[in-house]
Write a protein that binds this ligand. Structure first.
Ligand code: GAP
Length: 524
């Protein structure tokens, strides 16, 4: 295994995704739309496989969950009841110099990761006296953060720093205060510096609702203003009665849904990780309040294991319970499943105990009785809701990053996408050894036609066999079937395993059976 540095890993995955048609920038021929992405032929297959694996695990393989596909546009009162109309906002601040927006609550996190801070921290590590500050301010600082007070007026700023720095560990122990001092204004008052350019940022955030708005109807003035849903969950809550009435479910039971959601994120980024249009996979699991705590714990375990069952490395996953200050207004508890992305541990999925908040809110706003009636005691109560809520795009990105693998083979680098059998976009590639031999080509095409009934199969004759193998390896194709001259005589083909590169000679007539057995998950 060639070890790929973390910084390089993201770049290599992004480059592979573009080169091989997993992910393209949206509207690329017009210069692209920031943070919007299109899934290409292989990406569409992979994303579909992620969603199918989720649906299979949470709907088809269980007795207690049914599916739903609700509309993106909903009655505006839904968002009043849910709290989104009033509370769904992230205060932001805008840098008056570089015009970039930052989330007010995340700006210090961004400062600590900014190139200028990292560079300055290195200088500080080995620094002996204030001359190092001047040197940095007049050199690297000028190019990385031209608007930082230390860079614009080093003499004044350094004199203030000298007053406050008592010992060499100051940067570590008083990070915010120290960095605020570097950005201090003319009056010597500490300020928060812009992570991008160092300029002093405003002290207060401005609140902005994160929902995207659109209008229904052809005439703008009379059109009804509606929102593109910011989560799929509400479609489930407002259908609670419909589902109860049509399926006669008893508690506990769940409703699962996959669909698009939209949020006017202030700082989208990290490739497909945070975007303004994305897909969610959400379950709302209705349960008696007294069983909610145990059920919450069970779902955390179940969802964590789902990623591992699909091949994700356990050491790249962790659980992070939310602190009380992080909990959404409706939640009693929430635990995130995080993945160790090249840009740091970040949320893949949140599993929340939403209590009876949502049904109560909708009952109050709609005037409908949304309580569940126990068929034995005839008592009516609002059930609690446990909600495992994951992102399709984030899961897909994590599976891609996790599967990316490089190794040296015959003094060349072999890139392999070690996706699981369930997730690999292409299961089998049929490759003719000689593309000018009509017999070989005809047999190869016949085999492809036969296999594609059971497996996602491609035919490729556009390069020499070694190159064709490498191309299939880097997109994660599980098996390559090669048809050669000998095949025409003995009616056998070579089947090559992606991971071991071991080759088996298999009779053409047994090929489907052979592959079905290899894909123990059954035909894809
Ligand atoms: N119904 C609860 C809910 O929506 P959330 O934590 O805001 O909770 C759930 O979102 C999941 O949706 C996240 O764990 C993440 O995987 C995905 N998600 C949220 N915002 C996203 C964004 N801007 N881009 C991509 N995925 C996002």
């Amino acid at each position: 295994m060639v070890s790929v540095m973390k910084n390089d890993l993201m770049e290599r995955v992004v480059s592979l995704c573009k080169r091989r048609g997993f992910i393209f920038q949206s509207s690329e021929i017009y210069g692209g739309l920031a943070s919007a992405w299109d899934y290409g032929p292989l990406g569409a297959e992979l994303k579909r496989n992620v969603k199918n694996a989720w649906w299979k695990a949470v709907v088809h393989e269980r007795d207690d969950i049914v599916g739903l596909d609700a509309s993106i546009l909903m009655h505006p009162n839904v968002w009043k009841a849910s709290g989104h109309a009033d509370n769904f906002s992230d205060p932001f601040i805008k840098c008056s110099a570089c015009q970039k927006y930052f989330r007010f609550d995340k700006v210090w996190e961004e400062v600590s990761k900014s190139p200028w801070y990292i560079s300055l921290a290195k200088v500080m590590e080995g620094s002996k006296d204030t001359r190092d500050f001047f040197k940095w301010a007049k050199g690297v600082g000028k190019s990385l953060c031209p608007n930082l007070a230390l860079v614009k007026e080093p003499e004044v700023t350094v004199s203030w720093i000298v007053e406050s720095v008592e010992n060499r560990d100051y940067l570590k122990t008083n990070f915010r205060e120290f960095i605020s001092r570097l950005a201090a204004d003319q009056n010597g008052i500490n300020r928060t510096p812009c992570p991008q350019c160092g300029n002093a940022l405003p002290d207060q955030g401005v609140s902005a609702n994160l929902m995207l708005r659109t209008s229904l109807g052809p005439v703008e003035e009379t059109a009804e203003k509606v929102y593109l849903r910011p989560e799929t969950a509400q479609g489930i809550f407002v259908n609670f009665l419909n589902i109860l009435d049509t399926t006669h479910r008893k508690l506990p039971f769940g409703v699962a849904q996959i669909g698009k959601a939209f949020r006017n994120e202030i700082t989208p980024g990290n490739y497909t990780f945070r975007t303004r249009e994305f897909e969610q996979m959400e379950i709302e699991y209705f349960i008696n309040p007294q069983d909610a705590q145990r059920c919450h714990e069970d779902w955390i375990t179940e969802r964590f294991n789902w990623y591992i069952r699909l091949g994700m490395k356990k050491e790249n996953l962790r659980l992070r319970p939310h602190g009380a200050d992080e909990l959404a207004h409706y939640a009693k508890g929430c635990t995130d499943i995080e993945y160790n992305f090249p840009f740091g541990w970040s949320e893949l999925e949140g599993i929340a105990n939403r209590t009876d908040y949502d049904l109560k809110q909708h009952a109050q706003h709609s005037g409908k009785d949304l309580r569940y009636q126990d068929l034995v005691t005839l008592e009516k109560n609002f059930p609690y809701i446990i909600e495992p809520s994951g992102g399709v795009d984030r899961a897909t990105l994590a599976f891609l990053v996790d599967a990316y693998h490089e190794e040296e083979v015959n003094e060349a680098t072999r890139v392999v996408l070690r996706l699981s059998k369930e997730l690999a976009p292409i299961k089998v590639a049929v490759l003719p050894l000689l593309k000018k031999n009509d017999g070989i080509v005809e047999l190869a095409k016949r085999i492809k036609k036969d296999l594609q009934k059971d497996f996602v199969t491609v035919y490729d004759d556009t390069a020499a066999i070694g190159k064709l193998y490498r191309r299939q390896d880097e997109i994660g194709t599980f098996f390559c079937v090669t048809v050669d001259v000998q095949s025409l005589e003995d009616k056998q083909v070579t089947v090559r395993d992606r991971d071991t590169m071991a080759q088996d000679r298999v009779p053409v007539e047994n090929l489907r059976k052979y592959l079905t057995e290899k894909f123990s998950i059954g035909p894809a």
